[in-house]
Design a binder for this molecule. Structure first.
Ligand code: ZN
Length: 659
């Protein structure tokens, strides 16, 4: 990839905006470019589904903020009120709503009531009318609730086990129902004697109508019908230029699923999709991940269009070839291992277009499908996103975070040599082997661990990767040039889990996000269990700065193996109590003093702790008969420019709720 490419776009609040490059897009054959273009359109058309799922008033607020922006950005550009407003607007656009994308806390604008009054007074009567209000006082009263009222929709995803998780979550997956009602509903609905169950609740909103619980399905004929129809239309165009008949088949099944909402069709699609390996182009498009629902039933819409990085994939394929070998060597009890690992496939890809919940924050790796029985019977597809991690790495080179939180200069040097390689390898092992490993005992259900399920699952995958990175097999398979690579990963995993990731948490708060809980859980557990042997040592230097230093990487590997065995036992047996104990003891609470220190040290570096991406722009070039003769790619669109354009071009959820 070109070294002159500018990866950094801009930075504001706690967010950094980067750009990624699609390698060699220009030299692809026309048919592939067209396939990518149509799939990319399908990826962008679902944007507002995600916004509406994140909260029922998000699209209304976006409309308000967009109108304010459009009417003030020329005349008020240099005024302080406008500058503060613009930061809030950009944060809302980043989050797909008015809750932080990561912490899910409500975003608070740094605006006073006078600022807001000043800005909204620029709106005309007809503009106010489109917002469902007759005057600015009415509008201000509504905005007051969103901006400053701590009791109004203060959290998108509540995970506090002492509270009713649904009544305290403001996402749009449930309405007027309690956690107990939903748990009872699924207790009677899900018959555990049925083999190969569909993923109940994955594609619907659950709400009360006439005192009955009703599932309102997301389909072309139901909720989000307009957006899903657009998606289906683009997917059908794409299938005309697909690379092979298998892709045509799974695209058709996906379209039928969107048209009917039938979850059996989604399972059929997932199986067809995971078995297709011949093409270079691939995509995710659907209601996929359930992190946005505290109870883990309902999935947020997302899309990722990608193309295979053939050279890098050769290496990753080695890992999938040896999947059974790794499973047999896994330190978990034999009865929890897969006796036959099926269809694990690993490839390295480049992102082409991010959509829905993958935009603007992109994952680094994906392992799908999520359905447990499909994974056990048919396997799964794993990818790591090479151009995204490359962009992260390029942007991090100048950030100084590793230098600040690493004790020895030697370890800093090792990190710059092997850091990117170590991270990619861990992602590959996590996605390809970790999530695909192990098996459940008969009768144990996927949702037995309830709110702790996601954390336990991520811990399992991380630990699997950490454990095997230190295996001499890595050298033998030529996956690493030196065993120092795993040491670099252990150093950075602990640096992050014990310290750096706390930079993302506000003072006085604890950890809520599943991946962060998992990392701290793993790190604090090994810190405690290795205490007597001084496996990891806490050191201080330079006016009381804290560092964690690994004294014995081999012993640390052993501890990772012990924890992996326990985490696998919890998952395989559905041991809710043990999951709760592990997560609450090690994964949630932060050490207040250390947290303050991290915030201070990280703050001094002036690096925003979260990153997101602007997409490249794909543009079809038409000949005189309006046929596509080429598709061009450009990388010059700005962040706000892109967000505003998407708002205009892809606004396909128009029956949203006004406040
Ligand atoms: Zn994972």
């Amino acid at each position: 990839m070109s070294t002159t490419f500018n990866y950094n776009v801009e930075q504001f609040a706690d967010l950094r905006i980067l750009r990624f490059q699609i390698p060699e897009f220009e030299s692809l054959p026309l048919k592939k470019k067209m396939y990518l273009y149509y799939l990319s359109q399908a990826a962008l058309c679902g944007r507002d589904i995600t916004w509406d799922q994140n909260g029922r008033y998000n699209l209304w607020l976006r409309r308000v903020l967009t109108l304010v922006y459009e009417t003030t950005h020329v005349t008020c550009a240099t005024r302080d009120e406008f500058i503060r407003f613009e930061v809030y607007f950009k944060r809302v656009l980043f989050s797909g709503g008015f809750h932080h994308h990561y912490s899910t806390d409500k975003l608070t604008p740094e605006l006073s009531e006078a600022d807001v009054s000043f800005l909204i007074n620029h709106l005309s009567v007809s503009q106010l009318d489109t917002l469902g209000v007759t005057n600015t006082n009415e509008l201000l009263a509504k905005l007051r609730l969103i901006f400053w009222d701590d009791t109004f929709m203060f959290k998108r995803v509540c995970q506090d086990p002492d509270k009713d998780l649904l009544l305290h979550s403001s996402n749009n997956f449930y309405r007027d129902v309690t956690q107990t009602e939903v748990e009872n509903y699924y207790q009677t609905k899900i018959d555990s004697s049925i083999e190969n169950p569909v993923s109940h609740g994955l594609n619907s909103r659950l709400q009360k109508q006439n005192n009955q619980l009703v599932e309102l399905v997301w389909s072309t004929k139901g909720i989000y019908g307009e957006a899903l129809t657009q998606i289906v239309n683009w997917l059908r165009k794409a299938s005309l230029v697909a690379e092979n008949p298998e892709q045509v088949n799974y695209i058709e099944t996906l379209c039928q699923y969107y048209e009917t909402g039938d979850l059996k069709l989604f399972d059929k699609y997932s199986i067809q999709w995971l078995q297709e390996h011949k093409g270079d182009v691939d995509f995710v498009n659907g209601f996929i991940e359930v992190y946005g629902d505290s109870l883990g039933y309902r999935a947020t819409w997302e899309s990722l269009v990608n193309i295979k990085d053939n050279a890098a994939s050769l290496k990753a394929e080695v890992i999938s070839e040896y999947a059974q070998w790794f499973e047999n060597q896994s330190p978990v009890e034999a009865r929890f291992r897969k006796t036959q690992v099926k269809g694990v496939s690993m490839k390295v890809i480049s992102a082409v277009m991010l959509g829905g919940d993958c935009y603007p924050t992109s994952p680094l790796g994906i392992n799908l499908p999520n359905s447990e029985w499909i994974r056990e019977l048919y396997g799964s597809k794993s990818v790591s996103l090479e151009n995204i991690s490359h962009a992260y790495h390029q942007a991090s080179l100048t950030a100084g975070v590793v230098e600040e939180f690493t004790y020895s200069i030697k370890d800093v040097a090792l990190h710059s040599t092997y850091g990117a390689l170590a991270d990619n390898l861990h992602t590959n092992l996590h996605e390809c082997l970790g999530h695909g490993s192990g098996r459940m005992l008969p009768g144990v259900k996927q949702d037995d661990l309830k709110a702790y399920g996601s954390v336990i699952e991520e811990a399992r995958a991380d630990l699997y990767g950490l454990y095997f990175m230190a295996d001499p097999k890595m050298l033998e398979l030529n996956l690493v040039p030196h065993m120092d690579v795993y040491k670099v990963q252990y150093n950075s995993y602990l640096r992050n889990g014990l310290m750096v990731q706390m930079a993302r948490i506000q003072k006085g708060k604890n950890i809520e996000q599943a991946h962060m809980r998992n990392r701290q859980l793993v790190c604090k557990w090994v810190l405690e269990k290795g205490h007597a042997d001084k496996v990891i040592e806490r050191k201080e230097r330079c006016e009381g700065k804290t560092f964690y230093v690994i004294n014995d990487h081999e012993k640390l590997r052993h501890l990772f193996g012990l924890l992996l065995a326990e985490v696998q036992r919890i998952k395989s047996t559905g041991d809710y109590e043990a999951a709760r104990h592990l997560v609450e003891t090690y994964g949630v609470v932060v050490d207040a003093d250390l947290h303050a220190e991290v915030l201070q040290r990280y703050g001094a570096l002036n690096v925003a702790p979260y990153s997101g991406f602007v997409n490249p722009v794909l543009t079809p070039v038409l000949d005189s008969d309006s046929n596509i003769k080429d598709v061009t790619v450009t990388y010059s669109e700005g962040y706000l420019e892109q967000m505003l354009r998407y708002g205009t071009d892809y606004g396909f959820v128009n029956d949203y709720d006004s406040m």
